[in-house]
Design a protein around this ligand. Structure first.
Ligand SMILES: Nc1ncnc2c1ncn2[C@@H]1O[C@H](COP(=O)(O)OP(=O)(O)OP(=O)(O)O)[C@@H](O)[C@H]1O
Ligand SMILES: [Mg+2]
Length: 252
């Protein structure tokens, strides 16, 4: 199976005063092309830091991260930015959309710098994505005129506009009520089904239980992992029970 990400023994520390604190303490992760992975673990265990390290948004102190066959340490800032813009999509808890642009313009903004594609093509793609996630009629709205769930859908469209190989989600459903969260998860699962790898951080057992593999972090390390079949949509209760039991077993 081809790997989209190989991270070996990542170490990352922060200095607080004169104390050095390992936030990532020898983390190794491999993500297959098209895989659907979640990361769980207590607050402060290093989940967001791991996502930033794997996407090259943040440097590491030791170890190695390769993305799509390229060692991130060998790339300059521009090459890293290009890879992030064209091959990675990011969805955060609060979508960082711009206030003075409408929903459509927010979605197409990241790809407008890519002059190989025409503006008309990008707009067409954005409209297709908006339709797919159920916000087709909102393209002219200001971002202050839509709900949290609708805003998150727009954030997903923006993440997908470049046809990324992987979506990084840091608590993408964290700010939503459970119905909206499951709807966003339906969309993310659909995107994954079409071939995009997804790695998402979540505190929600019901979200994690829908993924194929769960990594549990504790104190900057991967404390344990769980592997599931692709989610068929029917055995959520059983999967949630297994995840809850695992978390109890490993004490997180
Ligand atoms: N820039 C920084 N300087 C110092 N310490 C930091 C910095 N960024 C993160 N940390 C520390 O690193 C640890 C891991 O942070 P991280 O944000 O990765 O945790 P997390 O698992 O994502 O937590 P949460 O579930 O609350 O989002 C925390 O103890 C945090 O305080
Ligand atoms: Mg975090």
């Amino acid at each position: 199976m081809k790997k989209i990400i190989i991270a070996e023994n990542i170490v990352k520390s922060f200095r607080v005063g004169n104390e050095k604190h390992n936030v990532l303490d020898g983390v190794s992760v491999e993500i297959n092309d098209g895989e659907f992975v979640s990361v769980m673990g207590p607050s402060g265990s290093g989940k967001s830091t791991l996502m930033f390290s794997m996407s090259g948004m943040d440097g590491i102190d030791d170890g190695m991260v390769s993305f799509d066959g390229r060692n991130l340490a060998e790339l300059n800032e521009k090459e890293l930015a290009d890879i992030r813009r064209t091959k990675m999509g990011f969805v955060f808890q609060q979508p960082t959309l711009l206030k003075n642009l409408n929903i459509l313009d927010n979605i197409i903004l990241p790809s407008m710098r890519d002059n190989r594609k025409s503006a008309a093509n990008i707009t067409e793609k954005a409209r297709a994505l908006m339709k797919k996630v159920g916000i087709a009629e909102l393209e002219n709205r200001d971002i202050t005129q839509v709900s949290g769930g609708q805003l998150q859908r727009a954030g997903i469209c923006r993440a997908l506009i470049s046809n990324p190989k992987i979506i990084f989600g840091d608590e993408p459903t964290g700010a939503l009520n459970s119905k909206s969260a499951q709807e966003i998860m339906d969309i993310i699962a659909e995107i994954n089904k079409e071939g995009t790898a997804v790695i998402l951080v979540t505190h929600d057992v019901k979200i994690a239980a829908r993924t194929e593999r769960i990594m549990f972090m504790r104190d900057g390390k991967i404390a344990s992992e769980m592997q599931f079949e692709k989610f068929s949509g029917t055995d959520i209760d059983d999967r949630m029970k297994k995840v809850t039991e695992k978390m109890r077993d490993i004490g997180i």
